[in-house]
Write a protein that binds this ligand. Structure first.
Ligand code: SAH
Length: 217
């Protein structure tokens, strides 16, 4: 995708889709502007890389809609010193966006072929602050806990308890919770005293979170 064509496409996405829908955080918009979404999707779909919709990435999984990526990232209010945990690496696109804003990103994926592809792709693009781990993300990643921010990019039947435990006091988590077809995007905040506060960011539709504290395969 040639330089100026890509710039036009991404400017259109930002000005006509993201900003009018309430994505106003310049740092988030700059990350969207910088990360090359076309590099995270199949070759045959590359001319649609900056459309505001999800796209298939193989293994029955999808790269999320840019608006949802931006909304979740904005809600986390990421600081440059943050340690972030992502559950559901998929293509690695959301991890790249997070890595532009945070100190370090840990991302967990259950499907080996997706994880391998994301790792090769991210490393070849020079991302050196993303650690990719194979596993059941419903268990979190206790080795490196606690996390300042947690983002779950697959639909959960409930908030997995290990993720609440592994969130720092003062930390934030975004997670879609609902049934297999439609979910409520929740922003979960853990106060310094450990109390949990939740609010809804709106409806959404993700592929299922499959695992011990998620849906059955
Ligand atoms: N964030 C991704 C999109 C994720 S799609 C991107 O930017 O492209 C959801 C991903 O979650 C899928 O790849 C799916 O395999 C993965 N997934 C589902 N259940 C999981 C679990 N328990 N642990 C880790 N990954 C899981």
């Amino acid at each position: 995708m040639a330089g100026s064509y890509r710039e036009k496409e991404v400017d259109y996405l930002i000005d006509y889709e993201l900003k009018p829908a309430g994505i106003t955080d310049e740092k988030v918009l700059n990350a969207i502007r910088k990360v090359r979404r076309e590099k995270f999707i199949p070759e045959s779909l590359r001319n649609r890389a900056y459309g505001n919709y999800p796209l298939p990435i193989g293994e029955n999984q999808t790269i999320s809609q840019p608006y949802i990526v931006a909304l979740m990232t904005q809600a986390l209010e990421i600081d440059k010193n943050d340690k972030v945990l992502e559950i559901g690496t998929g293509s690695g696109y959301q991890a790249a966006i997070l890595a532009e804003l945070a100190r370090i990103v840990y991302t967990v994926e259950r499907i080996p072929s997706l994880l391998d592809r994301a790792r090769t792709n991210l490393y070849s693009q020079g991302y050196d602050n993303i650690i990719l781990v194979l596993g059941d993300g419903t268990q979190g990643l206790p080795e490196y806990a606690p996390y300042d921010k947690i983002i779950v990019t697959a639909a959960a039947p409930k908030i997995p308890e290990p993720l609440i435990e592994q969130l720092k006091g003062g930390g934030k988590m975004v997670i879609p919770v609902g049934d297999r077809f439609v979910q409520d995007l929740k922003l979960v905040e853990k106060a310094l005293n450990g109390r949990i506060y939740q609010k809804s960011l709106g409806g959404c539709r993700f592929v299922p979170l499959i695992g011990k504290e998620g849906w059955k395969d």
